[in-house]
Ligand binder design. Structure first.
Ligand code: FES
Length: 102
């Protein structure tokens, strides 16, 4: 059971080096929230397998909407994330050289 505050929690995501910022509300993934804010991140499969969206998490934490996102344990440990299936659990900063304003 989610509490109301969990459902409506909003976090801020910042994307370097372009220094774009967007809000992530509720259960949105980082990719969905970016698109709603007209921030373009590369994507293809949108289900955590193709790795097109792969980028570095500079700070903050995420959880995944799928059990086995296409990331190795080593990559996770090195701070790589897949924004199409990642939901922030704190404010986050991503490093994604291909991100741009749509
Ligand atoms: S878009 Fe395919 S893994 Fe994210």
């Amino acid at each position: 059971m989610h509490t109301m505050s969990e459902i409506f929690q909003t976090f801020t995501a910042r994307v370097l080096p372009a220094d774009l910022q967007f809000d992530v509300e509720g259960e949105l993934t980082l990719l969905e929230a970016a698109e709603m804010s007209r921030v373009q991140l590369p994507s293809s499969c949108r289900n955590g397998t193709c790795r097109t969206c792969l980028c570095q998490l500079v700070s903050g934490n995420v959880r995944y909407t799928v059990e086995w996102p296409g990331l190795s344990a080593e990559e996770k440990a090195e701070g790589f994330v897949l924004p199409c299936v990642a939901q922030p659990t704190s404010d986050v900063v991503l490093d994604h050289p291909l991100a741009k304003a749509a």
